[in-house]
Ligand binder design. Structure first.
Ligand code: MRU
Length: 366
């Protein structure tokens, strides 16, 4: 997608072969591009959320593996790199998916062939992500089109949580892809953007990208969604996912579950947009079996923004020494999900439907 008219992906290789990212910690106020030169830099970038969003975390790990293979392609290095990058963030399954894919590709090769193969595979993972998200957009577009038709062409009001937009992926985003496709198709849409405390990915990133693309939106506090749904102001919810289980439980940014409950109570359809690498086929019960990342208390007690002098700064909002809990994700049970928008189409959030849509990946229940 474009920033100031210039097309960007969220991660790319320069002509000289370096891997660069947008350091998302400074958006929307500052566009800082960073070159990741070694394994430690990749691990830091993922753990400290310079890059974030499940698909982008996976793509970044793939390139991290490639950069390490150029430095040391040995078996020991391969195994260590899988572990080091895997341990950066626990919840988004795309990370393990991408690392396993790289390992499968590289392990059978002689070490002197691994670097070239690793860069090629990482590039393919990125291109595949872009294409999957584009397909998600086309399938989601049909849902938006139907709602627009029911409303006689009046704008379709969509609520989204966190940032499942293009900066969370290589390009297009998952939840935002149907929105961009609807705008391109000339369908009126308006987006309610949850600010998404504590890190405010909605306020910092989703509002920024929608603004860059001229998509009508309002930023709302996280607590406003239920009220807007009661008022009939929301036609549908679309969120992303960090890990969706084989039976359709959806783990996503903290607060997603409350939106799903409010949507259910108010008869608002609740869709989850996700590429298939976000499905964890080894897990059924999301509440029991998905590790929920606990992040630093300082993310709750402090907020980052830009001061009147234009400096990006962090301020404390809680009393000195306030204890805080910071679970970063929650699980929405499948029965609250109206449908999963995947690259192969709209899928009910049930084990049989998911298995029928992805027969090559589904496992027999144990
Ligand atoms: O902690 P983050 O910012 O990595 O969390 C991101 C989300 O929860 C997104 O909704 C999810 O990764 C889907 S991104 C297409």
């Amino acid at each position: 997608m474009k920033i100031n008219g210039i097309p960007y992906r969220a991660i790319w290789r320069t002509e000289g072969g370096a891997v660069e990212i947008i350091d998302q910690r400074w958006l929307p106020h500052d566009l800082r591009i960073v070159r990741l030169e070694n394994r430690a830099a990749f691990a830091t970038a993922i753990a400290q959320m310079w890059v974030r969003g499940a698909p982008l975390i996976g793509a970044t790990a793939a390139y991290g593996m490639a950069v390490q293979m150029a430095a040391d392609p040995s078996d020991v290095s391969l195994a260590e790199t899988w572990q080091i990058l895997h341990d950066t963030r626990p919840t988004a399954i795309n990370l393990r998916w991408a690392l396993d894919d790289m390992l499968r590709t590289l392990a059978p090769l002689p070490p002197d062939q691994r670097a070239v193969a690793a860069f090629a595979r990482a590039a393919q993972i990125c291109d595949d992500d872009v294409e999957m998200n584009r397909q998600i957009g086309l399938h989601g577009l049909e849902i938006i089109r139907e709602i627009a038709a029911r409303k006689g062409g009046a704008p379709v009001n969509i609520l989204t949580h966190c940032n499942a937009g293009w900066p969370a992926t290589v390009d297009w985003g998952t939840a935002t892809s149907p929105i961009y496709h609807a705008v391109e198709a000339g369908i009126g849409v308006h987006v309610f953007v949850d600010e998404t405390r504590p890190r405010n990915q909605g306020a910092h990133l989703t509002a920024w990208e929608l603004n860059s693309h001229g998509v009508s939106h309002d930023l709302i506090v996280d607590n406003a969604g239920g009220h807007l749904m009661q008022q009939g102001a929301v036609d549908m919810v679309i969120v992303g996912s960090d890990r969706t289980t084989a039976r359709g439980d959806v783990c996503n940014k903290i607060g997603t579950y409350l939106k799903a409950l409010a949507a259910h109570a108010n008869g608002v359809p609740f869709y989850v947009a996700l590429p298939s690498p976000t499905i964890d086929w080894t897990v059924q019960d999301g509440l029991r079996d998905i590790p929920i990342e606990e992040r630093p208390a300082a993310e709750v007690t402090h907020v980052q923004g830009r001061d009147a002098a234009g400096r990006i700064t962090t301020v404390q909002i809680a009393p000195d020494g306030t204890p805080a809990r910071n679970p970063a994700f929650d699980v929405t049970p499948a029965h609250l999900v109206t449908g999963l928008i995947t690259e192969r189409g709209l899928c009910p959030a049930t084990a049989p439907a998911l298995a029928a849509m992805f027969p090559e990946s589904a496992r027999a229940p144990s």
